[in-house]
Design a protein around this ligand. Structure first.
Ligand code: SF4
Ligand code: SF4
Length: 287
């Protein structure tokens, strides 16, 4: 069952609750009166990553405080919540890939799937393995940890947030949209669905991404703006950037996905562009 139908079919009583009051600014009357019980629950599950994605979450500053105050109960986080075991959550934000030599990590990602309505892979490592595909052990205290997989190789993932790290705004927007998808009115759910759809499509697309995908999805579509980010992101220098156009050397590519996740155009979607103003209004109303 797809994410939308799973959510919509999951708890009808939620749809009958009063609107969250976050869609149109005109509807936002007394956000401060919003009951705590209306919040969704979310947590940050830290697998094998550099913590840069968590830093990106925190970089939302005031927006993050509003999210935590009004819309999200943060129920799990290694550093920010004093909870030892993964609880039931509406949204799990997973950072990092999974070390398959570590039974605890494998168990933790499976539990995350079992206990969460929506699993979001945050950042290139969780989505595609990214730089952790290069890991071959050798860390002083964990020499046997030598094989890492993106989380989608072990569990079903609903949404990808690409980037290394993703922008703070993108993570925040996904949290707001997840809230509206779970708690909003019909109109809010439609807009939230339009916003999340390309990120859900990325999750359906699989756990590998490489320069060939940039060629197919961005360059050949005429979407490349020649920013050079892909060339700068490639850890093995398989991409050169000349005359405003990226060139890939496919024999060098190790399919780490860094170029794809860093490209600002790789998950551009016409539904989002068409609904851009309404979506902006929705997010502004929430924050
Ligand atoms: S071209 Fe470079 S950055 Fe892109 S997937 Fe291949 S190795 Fe990774
Ligand atoms: S990162 Fe994307 S938009 Fe930028 S040069 Fe590479 S393919 Fe083009």
């Amino acid at each position: 069952m797809g994410l939308l139908s799973r959510i919509f079919g999951k708890d009808v009583s939620r749809e009958q609750q009063p609107s969250a009051g976050v869609v149109k600014t005109t509807e936002v009357t007394k956000k401060e009166d919003k009951p705590v019980a209306d919040k969704i629950t979310a947590g940050h599950v830290h697998m094998s990553g550099c913590t840069g994605c968590l830093v990106a979450v925190a970089d939302n500053y005031g927006g993050l405080l509003t999210l935590l105050d009004k819309y999200v109960d943060y129920v799990y986080d290694l550093t920010l919540a004093d909870v030892r075991h993964i609880p039931k959550m509406d949204v799990a934000l997973v950072e990092g890939s999974v070390c398959i030599n570590d039974k605890l990590s494998v168990e933790e990602i499976k539990q995350t799937r079992e206990k969460s309505a929506i699993v979001v892979a945050v950042g290139g490592c969780a989505c595609y393995g990214n730089i952790t595909r290069f890991a071959r052990g050798g860390q002083q205290n964990q020499p046997k940890h030598e094989a890492f997989l993106p989380i989608g190789d072990l569990i079903n993932v609903d949404v990808y947030i690409p980037g290394c790290a993703p922008t703070p705004q993108l993570i925040r927007n996904v949290c707001v949209m997840a809230y509206l998808l779970l708690k909003g009115t019909k109109e809010q759910k439609e807009l939230a669905g339009a916003y999340l759809k390309p990120l859900m499509n990325l999750a359906k697309r699989g756990t590998t991404a490489c320069f060939c995908d940039l060629m197919t999805d961005v360059i050949n579509q005429g979407l490349c703006i020649g920013c050079g980010t892909c060339a700068a992101a490639c850890p093995v220098r398989a991409i050169t950037h000349e005359y405003g156009r990226p060139q890939g050397q496919r024999d060098l590519c190790v399919k780490c996905g860094a170029c794809y996740t860093q490209c600002p155009r790789s998950f551009l979607n016409m539904d989002v562009i068409k609904n851009f103003e309404s979506i902006q209004e929705l997010i502004k109303g929430a924050l």
